[in-house]
Design a protein around this ligand. Structure first.
Ligand code: ZN
Length: 170
């Protein structure tokens, strides 16, 4: 649902709130993005934000996560995301549309530091792609390790070949 909302609104960022119990999300509420520059920022409509938080509170739901989309960049909090985060107890879920497949990542943002956290929404596990996280150098290192393993395998299988039959001397 969030991915669909994000796709529909691109290139604008979308945002919203996720309510739930014991960290388990039960409700996703889109909140209008009223940022002056919605292509690069999100600012939640204050009235809807307050109304939703109040409704969560009355329903005994906690704020599990604040979500927003990054239509063009990765699922990593921007400096303004960190500066403007006000809910240290909630996860910051970011959906990136940079790749063909929407990509989710969640972060705990508190005291200007960020930490990656795992979240699951509804019954669909997020498509967390560890490879995506790696730096270029790490990717190259993995590639080299792969090539080395391949070479070792070939050398090893040549070694295992039966020895050439010896030609009997006349
Ligand atoms: Zn952002």
């Amino acid at each position: 649902m969030i991915a669909q909302q994000a796709r529909d609104a691109a290139p604008h960022e979308v945002c919203g709130l996720i309510g739930g119990i014991d960290g388990q999300a039960t409700e996703v509420v889109p909140v209008p993005n009223v940022a002056d520059d919605p292509v690069h920022h999100f600012v939640m409509d204050e009235q809807i934000l307050a109304k939703t938080l109040l409704r969560f509170h009355r329903a005994g739901l906690e704020l599990v996560a604040v979500y927003h989309s990054h239509p063009q960049s990765g699922a990593i909090p921007s400096s303004s995301d960190i500066a403007e985060s006000h809910y240290p107890e909630a996860a910051y879920l970011i959906v990136s549309l940079k790749e063909r497949q929407p990509f989710f990542k969640a972060w705990q943002i508190a005291n200007a530091t960020i930490k990656h956290v795992d979240v699951y929404i509804g019954d669909s596990a997020p498509n967390i792609d560890l490879y995506h996280d790696l730096t270029r150098a790490q990717k190259i290192a993995i590639m080299i390790a792969g090539i080395m393993a391949f070479i070792v395998l070939i050398v090893w299988s040549i070694d295992l070949l039966p020895p050439a039959p010896s030609i009997p001397s006349p």
